[in-house]
Design a protein around this ligand. Sequence first.
Ligand SMILES: [Zn+2]
Length: 282
Amino acid sequence: MYVTLKEVLTEATALNMAIGAFNTHNLEMLPAIIRAAEKQKTPVIIQTSCGTANYVGHKNLVAVCKSMSEELGVDLVLHLDHAKDFAEIRKAIRAGYSSVMYDGSSLPFKENILGTKQVVNFAREYGVSVEAELGTVGGTEDGIVVSQEQVFYTNPEDAVIFVEETNIDALAVAIGTNHGQYMSKTAVNFEQLRKINEVVAIPLVIHGGTGVKEEDVRRVIDLGIRKFNVGTELLVSWNRKSKECYDTHKENTSNRDNVEPSLATIEQVVQRKMELFKNLSN
Ligand SMILES: [Zn+2]
């Protein structure tokens, strides 16, 4: 079933688990991520940057997500990741995305609230869910490095006001994770997450999930993380495997001989993450 973020995160909260949100970078990666969800019998969030959406075509992404989720019986959300531009959000919602993230985290607090409210009002008309962010996730965003002086943890008191004022469905929190981090691992600020989770009732989202240690995953889920973003790890594994294939195969070989092993790698990574995100005590 093609569903909204709110629906899958409500289920995740009831089960004390997280739902993996995987960034696809092209149309080719998409079936592998959805098949992993079918095998793991878990819902999945497919997310795209505005860049990927414009590259592949919003309606093409919606069509594949809808047809595969129906065919395989997987609960699937198609989510627009880190949109700062309202026009991009309107485009995705009108094309049929079931969820969007408005990222006003670099704006002053009040402007972030105003921008987020505007997106929520528009999204509600279409029954679409909204994620928003407070604080700053470190690392790179669209290739631009966020300097360490610009990184702020999410303030719990601000988070309460933000959620009340905006009526969002999920809150992305800044607790020490970094976008694009894969060579090293993050020191998650569990204390900050605990404080936020104590006062905020809606599902929380972790960005830069590739950098989170496997042994920390259960701990952040127990502290309210319900959407777990993974992008870089898929990209790195796809690129490594593709490089190896293209380097070793003859140039007149079928392109599938290069792509299929890369897809198999993606599927493995996604399945491993999904296992970690489940609550095995259920
Ligand atoms: Zn992010």
